[in-house]
Design a protein around this ligand. Structure first.
Ligand code: HEC
Ligand code: HEC
Ligand code: HEC
Ligand code: HEC
Ligand code: HEC
Ligand code: HEC
Ligand code: HEC
Ligand code: HEC
Length: 463
């Protein structure tokens, strides 16, 4: 608590300074109070004002969103974020700048933000939202997911369908790719590597992209996925809808889970009355009654400071095939457990929190047991030559995917975030059904020593 009072002090001091001067942000430096140091500089330069004035006519929606933002009020404008050096790999000129020596880019990476917000960017870069996020989508290693997006969902239907899915090659031996699934789906959530053409403009529909976008300036991260441009609001990022753009659907229904939880119910019935605008690290219970995604995963609360590393407070890896306690580039699960318990302790007693944490552990254990059973059956089928090469035409392998990627994730994440319907009816209930169907297929194949003619599984099944 003492920390908080200290932090409130600093923020009040900062606001006090901000109230008196129209400012351009210089940098965070350090007196023993760790105050922000602000340089006084009234108004916009002539060049910066020209961008705003012309764009107010040409792209009025952008300027309208920006002008009410905290950054506009602090004197940060188009010029600060979009102007790049002539030698930048993204350097370009819009029609209003032709003939001048000013170069711009419509792409703005986290590197630009880090000039003024270095701590947020450092934390972000350590999280799964950065490199790990786009790595899942970027070529070229021919993993199962690359095959899924380039071949099964796309190329298989092109070129007369004459592509061998087991090799990913056309009859002539050329690799066959179709980007439709990647650019309309994966990339918009995960981000990809932006590919550039000779005129310094993005090609192959690789921009815009999601949270882990790898930019031509070498930087990773699109900060505007949560801080929607151009008002870059903190209040908006604190609301669950900011996360729900990507964290939804059959395979990671986090927004659905949240809205179904008691916390979500309180948010939906009372959230309009809450105070969403408090400065970072002063936004505390009282401003709100129940937590949002941000409260548990990012915001300062009690002793905990705000973090842009969303894996800092996690114990388990609940997204991959087998759930393990987080380590390495997925964080530190032992520490994560302690930090998440601290979040709960602001509003719940230790008995309540212990029960919730143990409930999650038991669901993880149940899922891992079923997954291990599935792996064992699959191994045996493989040694006996009873698996099809194309796993999407093989009922057993298809079901195994749903066990992990859909039902298993829903059970684990539903339990983690207190949504009984997802934990059970969309989770453990469907897990055991999928498992029993897998057993039947396994037994049939072992008994008859062959693969059944048709997959008994419909891909659009309710899993
Ligand atoms: C605080 C930094 C910041 C400021 C200030 C800013 N922008 Fe942006 N702008 C961004 C970011 C971030 C993006 C998204 C970039 C991406 O996806 O790579 C963006 C994207 C854009 C785009 C391309 C996307 C589209 O919808 O076409 C345009 C055009 C643009 N901004 C215009 C402006 C104008 C005009 C201003 C001044 C009124 C402005 N920006 C001020 C950061 C900023
Ligand atoms: C005299 C008018 C004018 C001025 C001044 C001007 N622009 Fe533009 N800008 C435009 C127009 C018009 C477009 C629409 C696309 C085009 O014609 O290039 C545009 C497009 C853009 C885009 C989007 C580019 C894209 O590829 O989608 C960005 C970013 C941008 N301007 C930034 C700036 C910045 C930063 C400044 C100030 C340094 C500035 N502009 C000054 C008129 C202007
Ligand atoms: C030239 C310096 C500068 C750059 C570049 C910059 N910011 Fe800011 N930003 C500021 C200042 C100054 C404030 C207002 C004081 C504060 O909150 O620290 C601010 C505030 C913010 C806030 C808080 C808004 C609120 O509602 O309170 C967010 C979020 C933010 N910036 C995000 C970004 C992002 C994302 C980028 C990169 C696309 C970026 N900033 C680039 C200087 C900058
Ligand atoms: C633009 C899409 C997008 C938005 C918006 C988004 N996320 Fe994510 N998030 C992802 C993706 C993609 C991953 C998986 C990254 C990977 O491949 O490891 C992820 C992973 C995570 C993880 C696991 C992190 C890890 O390191 O393993 C957490 C926790 C998380 N997000 C929380 C949030 C919260 C809270 C919000 C809102 C405040 C949010 N996300 C907003 C796309 C998004
Ligand atoms: C609607 C947004 C969205 C789309 C579309 C999407 N993902 Fe994801 N993806 C996520 C989120 C969010 C997570 C984190 C899930 C969790 O924590 O359970 C994730 C997790 C993953 C993971 C596990 C984390 C890792 O890095 O190992 C992989 C791999 C992955 N996605 C690949 C893909 C591929 C490939 C596509 C396209 C074929 C795709 N995703 C489409 C949002 C999306
Ligand atoms: C997953 C969603 C998400 C992403 C991605 C994200 N932010 Fe934030 N950001 C938040 C939330 C939520 C808060 C408010 C935390 C709180 O409650 O104080 C915040 C707060 C901020 C603030 C205000 C901090 C202050 O001291 O006033 C800044 C500045 C900021 N973010 C910059 C960035 C930058 C730069 C990036 C890109 C590296 C980024 N954010 C990416 C969700 C996000
Ligand atoms: C009451 C606090 C709380 C709220 C609210 C909350 N979460 Fe969680 N979240 C958790 C806990 C606890 C876990 C599991 C942590 C662990 O591993 O011990 C978790 C796990 C996750 C994961 C799984 C990461 C993985 O390993 O795959 C994602 C993604 C996630 N949350 C996103 C969100 C999003 C998005 C929202 C809002 C729509 C949200 N959370 C709301 C507490 C919360
Ligand atoms: C900002 C305060 C706050 C935080 C932080 C918080 N909760 Fe809650 N929680 C509430 C409120 C309010 C309720 C609704 C109580 C009721 O049912 O009347 C609630 C209800 C619940 C419930 C429903 C069962 C019950 O007691 O009614 C569970 C389970 C739960 N919380 C778990 C958690 C866990 C686990 C964490 C930490 C990861 C957490 N909460 C963090 C405020 C909070």
């Amino acid at each position: 608590m003492r920390d908080i009072v200290g932090r409130i002090g600093v923020v009040i001091l900062t606001l006090f300074v901000l109230g008196f001067v129209s400012t351009t942000y210089a940098q965070k430096t350090h007196t023993n109070l760790n105050q922000k140091v602000l340089k006084v500089e009234r108004g916009f330069t002539k060049e910066a004002a020209a961008c705003i004035e012309c764009h107010a006519k040409e792209i009025p929606g952008t300027v309208a969103a920006w002008k009410n933002s905290a950054m506009a009020k602090a004197g940060v404008s188009c010029f600060d974020c979009h102007v790049v050096e002539k030698k930048s790999p993204m350097a370009n000129q819009c029609s209003g700048l032709k003939g001048s020596t000013t170069y711009i880019s419509p792409m703005v990476s986290s590197k630009t933000c880090s000039r003024c917000h270095p701590e947020e960017v450092d934390q972000f870069l350590k999280s799964g939202h950065a490199a790990l996020s786009s790595a899942a989508v970027i070529e070229p290693k021919k993993g199962a997911l690359q095959k899924l997006m380039y071949l099964n969902e796309g190329a298989a239907f092109m070129d007369g369908g004459k592509i061998d899915l087991s090799t990913g090659l056309t009859p002539k031996g050329h690799p066959a790719y179709n980007r439709a699934a990647k650019t309309s789906g994966c990339q918009m959530c995960h981000g990809t590597k932006v590919e550039m053409g000779p005129d310094n403009k993005p090609i192959n529909e690789t921009w815009p992209g999601g949270v882990g976008t790898v930019y031509p300036d070498g930087a990773i991260g699109n900060c505007s996925v949560c801080h929607t441009r151009h008002n870059f609001s903190v209040a908006a990022a604190r609301k669950p809808e900011a996360c729900g753009a990507c964290h939804l659907g059959p395979d990671h229904p986090n927004i659905e889970i949240y809205l179904e939880s008691k916390h979500g119910q309180v948010y939906q019935t009372q959230g309009e009355e809450w105070n969403w605008d408090a400065a970072s690290d002063t936004w505390e219970p009282g401003d709100y009654i129940a937590p949002t995604c941000a409260t548990c995963h990012m915001s300062g609360i009690g002793d905990l400071a705000t973090t842009h590393n969303v894996q800092e407070r996690l114990k388990w890896d609940l997204m991959h095939k087998k759930s393990v306690i987080r380590s390495g580039d997925r964080g530190d699960g032992v520490k994560g457990d302690k930090l998440m318990r601290k979040v709960c302790s602001n509003c719940h007693g230790p008995t309540h929190t212990d029960v919730q944490r143990k409930t999650l552990d038991t669901v993880v254990e149940l899922y891992n047991k079923q997954w291990a059973g599935a792996v064992k059956m699959k191994k045996e089928l493989a040694t006996k030559g009873l698996l099809k090469k194309d796993n999407w035409k093989d009922g057993f392998q298809e079901l195994m995917y749903y066990l992990w990627h859909h039902t298993g994730r829903r059970a684990r994440q539903g339990a983690a975030m207190n949504a009984p319907d997802y934990a059970h009816w969309h989770g453990t209930f469907q897990m055991f059904q999928v498992y029993k169907d897998m057993e039947d297929i396994y037994n049939w194949r072992i008994k008859n020593n062959k693969i059944e003619d048709l997959s008994t599984v419909m891909s659009s099944a309710p899993y």
